[in-house]
Design a protein around this ligand. Structure first.
Ligand SMILES: NC(=O)c1ccc[n+]([C@@H]2O[C@H](COP(=O)([O-])OP(=O)(O)OC[C@H]3O[C@@H](n4cnc5c(N)ncnc54)[C@H](O)[C@@H]3O)[C@@H](O)[C@H]2O)c1
Length: 281
């Protein structure tokens, strides 16, 4: 049994807590207030109910998993955790503060992981007295559905910690693990973002319609969804933030955000979550 702590019970944190509990491990989720705590609990309840409804989980297994999740407002309760996975908002200062505080709370043997999408793991690791025990563990949304986890080693992460976390993600959580270096975008987003941004540029230039761009990739390349619909699903604010972090890291024109993407985010057209993006939902 691994006692797991998750910081932040949002989209990713709730999903991570759910897969940990479904694997049979107790999990504590930190939230920032009572309203956010009940929203986090609600997210987990809704997701488990959906898994039961679709036949992916029995009612009894869902109840067992739910009983292993506790939401707390007190980071001090993380003192007995073996593994902490941070899934707080993508704000470097916030993450650095959490790791500094955790370093003084958890035991010397605890592994500290971050689910960051774009902040270098080394900058988070440097906030602790144990950078060799800090690692990136990048899940994909929705966590209970998508099998991939990118394990990110900073230049200071020890090989033993990488092996332990890989073993946990693969053999306990049942995830497919790939290993990445500590560079913006890791493997998946470094490949995906230039593709999404190219599709947005193609639309912006008037070269083709959204339907034709998406249909081209669905029907010509067997992708389950075209790049513009996928951008809407990821969230255009997230696409913008990730491509900006790639641009910041590599300074390559392919990563420069097209004006259309910026204007859509300015207008609150964030895709599926706001009801309007390249398509209407
Ligand atoms: N959404 C994605 O598709 C995705 C995919 C992979 C990685 N990530 C990364 O995962 C992390 C979390 O992203 P998300 O999409 O789940 O964000 P989110 O906004 O849905 O969730 C963040 C949660 O943290 C909580 N929180 C904020 N401040 C807090 C504090 N001081 N103490 C405790 N809890 C606090 C919020 O209440 C919220 O529930 C980010 O680093 C993001 O880059 C996101």
């Amino acid at each position: 049994m691994t006692r797991v702590g998750v910081i932040g019970g949002g989209t990713m944190g709730a999903g991570i807590a759910e897969v940990v509990a479904r694997a049979g491990d107790p999990v504590l989720v930190l939230e920032r207030g009572t309203e956010a705590a009940s929203a986090a609990s609600q997210r987990i309840d809704t997701s488990l109910a959906r898994a039961v409804k679709s036949g992916r989980l029995t009612r009894a297994a869902a109840a067992d998993a739910r009983s292993l999740v506790t939401v707390t407002l007190d980071l001090g309760e993380f003192a007995d955790r073996d593994l902490v996975i941070e899934a707080a908002p993508e704000i470097e200062q916030l993450k650095v503060e959490f790791f500094t505080r955790l370093d003084g709370i958890v035991s010397d043997t605890t592994i500290l992981a971050t689910n960051t999408s774009s902040i270098p793991v080394i900058r988070i690791a440097n906030a602790t007295s144990r950078p060799e025990r800090v690692v990136g563990v990048h899940f994909f949304n929705p966590v209970p559905i998508l099998p991939l986890v990118e394990i990110v080693a900073s230049l200071r992460t020890s090989a033993d910690i990488i092996a332990d976390v890989t073993d946990y993600a693969a053999n306990r959580l049942g995830k497919n693990v790939i290993r990445s270096g500590d560079r913006a975008g890791f493997i998946v987003n470094a490949l995906l973002m230039p593709y999404l941004v190219s599709a947005i540029r193609m639309l912006e230039s008037g070269f083709a319609t959204a339907d034709d761009i998406d249909s081209g990739m669905v029907n010509g390349c067997a992708h389950p969804m075209g790049p513009l619909r996928l951008s809407d699903t990821v969230g255009l604010d997230v696409v913008l933030a990730v491509t900006e972090s790639l641009y910041e890291e590599f300074k390559e024109p392919q990563h420069a955000a097209p004006p259309l993407l910026r204007r859509m985010v300015d207008a609150g057209r964030l895709g599926r979550k706001s009801g309007q993006g390249f398509y209407t939902y």
